[in-house]
Design a protein around this ligand. Sequence first.
Ligand code: 4AD
Ligand code: MG
Length: 440
Amino acid sequence: MSEKRFYIENASQFDGQTVTLKGWVYNKRSSGKIKFLMMRDGTGLMQGILFKGECSDQAFEEFEKLTQESSIEVTGTIRKDPRTPGKFEMGVQSFKAVQIADVYPISPKDHGVEFLMENRHLWIRSQKQWAALRVRAEIIRTIQQFYDEKGFVRFDAPILTPSSCEGTSTLFSTPYFDEKAYLTQSGQLYGEVGAMAFGKIYVFGPTFRAEKSKTRKHLTEFWMVEPEVAFNDLNDNMTLGEEFVEYVFQNVISKRAKELEILERDIKKLEKMKGPFPRISYDDALKVLEKRGCAIPWGEDFGAPHETALGQEFDKPVFVHHMPAQIKAFYFKQSDTVGGPGVTGNGKYALGCDLIAPDGYGEVIGGGQREENIDVLKRRIAEHGLAEADYSWYLDLRRFGSVPHSGFGLGLERTVAWITGVEHVRETIPFPRMLNTIRP
Ligand code: 4AD
Ligand code: MG
């Protein structure tokens, strides 16, 4: 690639210069002696103008053959025009069609979601999809930047695993030579290994759950970032989560303002996502739900209506902590009272903390403080019907210098949905995997 390859996003550096844009036809129209060519090159949209006389006669005629999504190399002069999408336009002198596209299935008219999902490989070229995926990439970059700047070591967990982390009901299994393996549900248990070796780490990668639920928040393959810190307690964990979410929001809205505008997202609303975030116990959350007319009995997990109600109450992300131990995974430290110290043994509450986003985007963070006592942990493994032998390496962490420690997982796609405002997580990942969706 030549060093001076022109890209639309850098147009301001080329004002007045003649350049060649390599890209695709987004759409086109003619009005008398002027023809308009909306071009895209992956970094943005730019309008090209063909004036008879200014551009070659041949180009003027060839224009007629161009179809939506034909690939093109267009040469012309860049000039300021605040009215066009990229604030710059091109006075076209000549162009070459690289390939004339067949009739493109996605036109500017409305298509049903099913059709668009079947054509996901093409749909991502559309403006809103393109913008959402650019924001996703920026969020990923920002996540890494946050932890790297704080001195966390990135620690990669395996995808093929011998045992479960988040219960056995959502495991995808696969033959692994003569054994059975599972696609990881969470890198947490490996992350704990990393925390004992490096002090503070983050796992970042794809995770898998055989979720049978068809909701706007569930994928079967999704990405999670999972920090884990030795000597952090539950409150430290919430403070880290709060700083992290604020950092991601403030950085992404400043770097991807253009994309958020395409997505018609109200940036003022996003700017308000700054700490401190309210922290309430599960017991207090039940009181809020009762007041808002959607009470649930103690011991039940929140569903979508409850998360939405909590969001409405605070208009900010809210941490819910000290959940009923009976609905949480085997690895949580427990306590008898809310706010009291953890107990060595079984308690009523798990030292968990979930961050619920406003506006119905749901639980974006799930995590908490881990049980560090080996005897308690062994008992929990048995109570949860898991085989101790599968966790012998994990139990070693409690044999050799066990310390209190905490961590959490933030779901990338739910975070992208929340920031971009898209209705469904299927639009936050290039190729969503869901119940009954594995193509393209
Ligand atoms: O609350 P979860 O299940 O927590 C864990 O997996 C912990 N082991 C993480 C940890 O402590 N290291 O999942 C964490 C987050 C959820 O809050 C949610 O944002 C996201 O992962 N998530 C999903 N996102 C999309 N589709 C699904 N099916 C998801 N399941 C969880
Ligand atoms: Mg959870």
